[in-house]
Ligand binder design. Sequence first.
Ligand code: EZ4
Ligand code: CO
Length: 405
Amino acid sequence: MRIKDIKVFVCRPGRNFVTVKIITENDTYGLGDATLNGREMAVVAYLEQHIVPCLIGKDAHQIEDIWHYLYKGAYWQNGAVSIAAIGAIDMALWDIKGKLAHMPVYQLLGGKSRKGVRVYGHANGETIEEVLKNLGTMIKKGYKAVRLQCTIPNTKGTYGTMEGKKNYYELQGNRPLPPEQKWSTTKYMNFIPELFKQAREKFGYEIELCHDVHSRLTPIEASRLGKLLEPYKLLFIEDPVTTENAEGYKIIREHTNTPLAAGEKFNTLWDAKEMIQNQWIDYVRTAVTHGGGLTPLKKLADFASLYHVRMAPHGAPDLSPVCLMAHMHFNLWAPNFGVQEFIGFGTPELNEVFHYKVELKEGLLYMDDKPGWGVDFDEEAAKKYPYKRSYLPINRLEDGTLWNW
Ligand code: EZ4
Ligand code: CO
């Protein structure tokens, strides 16, 4: 089944998404998500200039060979831009294979390991009171796991929210350049345990809670945070320190039994290998999009399963519904699935462009069985929402030093 055409779309139904559509000689098409937050157009160029011309005429069924052709064959194997591009191609080919086989992709992986996908939602706020109010709403909606992020008092508009956008801290605003935020580790460390203490006092211990540190601590600070949070029994803390140096996680591990999650920025299995083999983390956060597609992610899952490490794919708002649906299939299959980050059912604009259906019942996300991923992309609707350059905030210490986001 030859590849006839590959189209790359950039649209902004609320925020920027890059979508790949591969069309075969019998007009079957498949979709992939190539969104790389704040660097979207680099991926578009990589796809259009360097990948698309090589794939026209190739057999769409040869997913494994095409993956290696794009990875090893490029000579420059890794890097976020190239991996997002390869990931989208790989996703689109799996979508096609599912459609040609008249099967949902999870069937091609070996079938379902569970009835639904456990998800965690987000509760954010500018005060503890506001976060807890949002947490209460999430629990009423049926969430069984929730991530809590809160603005740190006296560090205006920082972590957890973005000034004037109370409900989320990473929305892409109208500003053409990155907004700046301030960070104080001392204020953060003095505050965060109180957030979880109050959450437990109000809602008890049945609801699973987690927290994203966004790599803002050093290993010894993160060790202390993990210990301070032990009484509140978190599902995990995410990215307590940067992942470039895997051994940072060894230090944290030796000090605390608070579970650890990392890897939303891993591009390959090699990035994750040392942490997994040493059992320094409990959850791998790599998304199908940013991990290079389903082909490498199923290898990552199988490798992690040897070491009691579970999959918890990144599901932030900058991953499109195509990625969410790919995760549904991956998570239904992966024997060592843990939890899926899920930011909700989308805005009217988003749902005008991407057509998909998921349903939350008692903390689990369900979908209907459809061939491929079960998601569609409305090219006409997408034209109404043109791309606009925008960025995540950057983060500085109070003295101005540029810090980790
Ligand atoms: O900041 O996806 O766990 N979720 C996250 C995200 C990331 C963004 C970066 O593009 O850390 O919200
Ligand atoms: Co994260």
